[in-house]
Design a protein around this ligand. Structure first.
Ligand SMILES: Cc1cc2nc3c(=O)[nH]c(=O)nc-3n(C[C@H](O)[C@H](O)[C@H](O)COP(=O)(O)OP(=O)(O)OC[C@H]3O[C@@H](n4cnc5c(N)ncnc54)[C@H](O)[C@@H]3O)c2cc1C
Length: 367
């Protein structure tokens, strides 16, 4: 951890070191700015409820639907991740390219929403299992979240970025140079996820948690992704990682701040996951009859971890805006906001970082 040296380049402080802060910081650094990330939690820290990015699956299955801004961000991110995951590339080990099937128990008006994905197909009637009315298949990437976050941080540091650990009580502390003592920043970018609800100077009460809970299994034989969207609004998903671990989930509980995994939810997730994907069980030998479906006891030996995270949702979607802040000390700087990514922070990370960078460039031109 270090402070900023004197230089001609403009200095940008990015608040937050989750997937959104790290991706934004890298984009801004590559544009030619000096960048310092200030955060209270970093990727190499133990997992905590205060840092959502550790808990994500994560896969790239866009939920943008008819939201064109979101769709553009998600598509840009997919192309970036596809390139990063190419065989032999330096980030290859963070990703797994794999076939994905999405089953929907409800009718979908826009069944072609993901038609830009490689190998996209609408499922034929004879493939509609698990009570689904429709479904699609395509090729996508999954992201090994902890590995990827550490990769982003090391790439940022290797390119000359700086990091400073600190809890920011008010955005004016950053503008007044509290975290960069040699120089006040020319701009601040806010990527504080769920923390934005209580960050002084922003305190966005449109930000709220959608709690997710997952189980991490050791099942290297699973090499496909599968999701079931049920009529009751639940998702059941199977997300394998390159390492051989598999995340299964999930739930989405709005405004539930409970910070620990609930045992009865873990049991329900495993039960649903095994019905959707009996192949998870090491002893599964095929067949779709109820007696062939494994039970929770059959996977106990491969459970690595139970966990939960707070998706940083926001009424109105991701906040991508810029405004000028004047502090009590008389210091003025543009502040760019990039937070509120809900359940899609990975799959929109590079696209939202590009928009944040454009707003930063514009704001600094005017300043
Ligand atoms: C179970 C689960 C599954 C998910 N699956 C997927 C998926 O498959 N695909 C997908 O795209 N997304 C998925 N998500 C969503 C994704 O994880 C989030 O959208 C994303 O992690 C949000 O990242 P973030 O950087 O905004 O926030 P965070 O990761 O929470 O990072 C916030 C950063 O801000 C810092 N911070 C906050 N307040 C302050 C402060 N006052 N002072 C200093 N630092 C501060 C924190 O320390 C941290 O560094 C999932 C989430 C969950 C919980």
């Amino acid at each position: 951890m270090s402070t900023v040296a004197t230089t001609d380049k403009k200095l940008v402080v990015v608040l937050g070191a989750g997937v959104v802060g790290l991706s934004s910081a890298l984009k801004i650094l590559d544009e030619g700015y000096d960048v310092t990330i200030v955060a209270d939690i970093f990727p190499s820290d133990p997992k905590t409820i205060k840092y959502t990015s550790h808990w994500a699956g994560a896969h790239h299955v866009s939920l943008a639907g008819d939201d064109q801004r979101q769709d553009k961000m998600d598509q840009e991110t997919f192309l970036t991740m596809w390139e990063m995951s190419k065989p032999g590339g330096e980030a290859e080990k963070c990703f797994m390219r794999l076939p994905q099937v999405e089953y929907y128990q409800e009718e979908r008006a826009n069944i072609l929403a993901l038609k830009h994905m490689p190998d996209f197909r609408v499922l034929k009637a004879d493939k509609l299992t698990h009570g689904s009315k429709c479904g699609v298949s395509f090729t996508t990437v999954t992201i090994d979240s902890p590995v990827y976050l550490n990769y982003l941080l090391s790439r940022f540091l290797a390119r000359g970025g700086r990091v400073q650990r600190g809890f920011v009580q008010h955005v004016s502390q950053a503008i007044d140079g509290a975290f960069t003592p040699l120089r006040k920043p020319d701009a601040v970018v806010v990527c504080t996820g769920i923390g934005t609800r209580s960050l002084g100077g922003v305190e966005d009460k449109d930000v709220f948690p959608i709690r997710g809970q997952t189980v991490l299994l050791r099942a290297p034989w699973i090499t496909f992704g599968r999701t079931l969207s049920s009529l009751d609004g639940l998702w059941t998903y199977i997300i394998p990682r390159r390492s051989g671990d598999v995340i299964v989930g999930g739930i989405k509980e709005e405004n539930d701040w409970y910070p620990h995994a609930r045992p009865e939810v873990t049991a329900d997730i495993l039960d649903r996951a095994l019905r959707l994907c009996p192949e998870l069980s090491p002893s599964y030998s095929g067949g779709s009859s109820p007696s062939a479906t494994p039970g929770v006891d059959d996977v106990k030996s491969i459970i690595i971890e139970e966990g939960c995270g707070l998706r940083p949702a926001r009424k109105g979607g991701i906040r991508l805006e810029a405004e000028v802040h004047l502090t009590e000390m008389g210091n003025k700087a543009p502040v760019v906001y990039n937070y509120g990514h809900g359940g899609y922070g990975y799959q929109s990370s590079w696209g939202s970082a590009s928009l944040a960078l454009s707003m930063l460039n514009e704001s600094l031109k005017k300043a």
